[in-house]
Ligand binder design. Structure first.
Ligand code: ES4
Ligand code: ZN
Length: 324
């Protein structure tokens, strides 16, 4: 079964590029940029990756990405991830990036997006992995900063397929970003947002995202099960959920495998993704294998997870069909 899963052509739709920064590259970039790190070895750095909640993870995540400064840094980051993804038979990926995590510390938007874009072009030419970018707003910053970031992105619209919303969800509901999302839709962006597992108000956040904002997908979203009417809406619209079992394990103490199973049985387009693989020590294959251990899925069910993912990609229909 392991070989079968490894051999499946894969699609990843919930992947933060800053969460793919492995300790080895962190040291290399720190050296290149003349920065000191609070660790002296890769092992020491990895040992410090102990999180038991979203805030404890986010602290280390934002701290770690300070080594990213220049266009080649962003290129190298994305290229390293895309190489690993190609090695796991990932054929298509939608990559989140957090521009405000960089612009807020003085790195220009242009540097971030050009470095990532160049890696995407080279990865397609050299590795055959296709990818698109999704720009995430940080929900613990003001909505006005998200709006300013949206406006700053407009000259690069052809390079960015959609927008998302991430970072600390507590006290930062979807409704806070209603105007930003409305404008993003007008500009032609597709829409997704995190509705993290077991957040306070998780089901209310999903309701706002689906009913009020009208997102095209939901990131995580396993709490959808709590509301039968919302399940019906998601089914009727054929919406995808981008679940991340290993990440859930770190952040909530449970992979939520049973919830994922129920959603699959209801016919919801569940997809399995890695979220922040360098920090959670699991790329997409390891996520699929962890879920397999928990649920003993059939080959058909494992294949269905990948069909779900390709089906809910933000690719034109014709390209989608080529993968299905
Ligand atoms: C994230 Cl695990 C998680 N949750 C919320 N926002 C994030 N950004 C990167 N990883
Ligand atoms: Zn995420």
């Amino acid at each position: 079964m392991k070989d079968f899963i490894a051999g499946l052509p894969k699609c990843e739709l919930h992947l933060h590029i800053e969460g793919t920064l492995e300790p080895e590259l962190k040291f290399e970039l720190a050296g290149r940029n003349g920065l000191e790190l609070p660790y002296s070895t890769v092992e020491e750095m990895r040992a410090a990756y102990t999180f038991d909640s979203l805030p404890s993870f986010l602290t280390i995540y934002y701290e770690g990405m300070r080594v990213l400064r220049t266009e080649p840094d962003f290129y190298d980051l994305a290229m390293a991830y895309l190489r690993r993804a190609a090695g796991q038979n990932v054929r298509y990926v939608e990559i989140f990036f957090d521009p405000q995590a960089h612009t807020s510390r003085g790195v220009p938007f242009d540097v971030v997006v050009r470095g990532l874009r160049r890696a995407l072009m080279d990865a397609y030419a050299q590795l055959g992995v296709r990818a698109q970018l999704i720009m995430c707003f940080l929900r613990d910053f003001q909505a006005e900063y998200a709006m300013a970031t949206l406006l700053e992105s407009l000259p690069y619209k052809e390079w960015i397929v959609g927008v998302g919303l991430d970072s600390d969800e507590k006290g930062n509901p979807p409704s806070k970003f209603a105007a930003v999302y409305e404008r993003a839709r007008q500009e032609g962006y597709l829409l997704t947002m995190h509705c993290d597992v077991d957040q306070d108000d998780a089901i209310e956040h999903i309701r706002q995202a689906v009913d009020e904002i009208g997102v095209d997908r939901v990131d995580h979203g396993v709490n959808l099960l709590e509301d039968q009417r919302l399940v019906e809406t998601v089914l009727a619209r054929g919406m995808g959920l981008t679940c991340c079992p290993v990440s859930n394990g770190y952040v909530t103490g449970s992979m939520k495998a049973e919830g994922i199973r129920k959603l699959m049985d209801l016919g919801v387009r569940v997809t399995i993704n890695s979220d922040d693989p360098a920090y959670f020590s699991a790329y997409v294959l390891e996520n699929l294998l962890a879920l397999q251990d928990a649920l003993q899925l059939t080959r058909e069910e494992q294949a269905q997870l990948q069909r779900n993912a390709f089906e809910v990609t933000w690719l034109p229909r014709q390209l989608k069909d080529a993968y299905l």
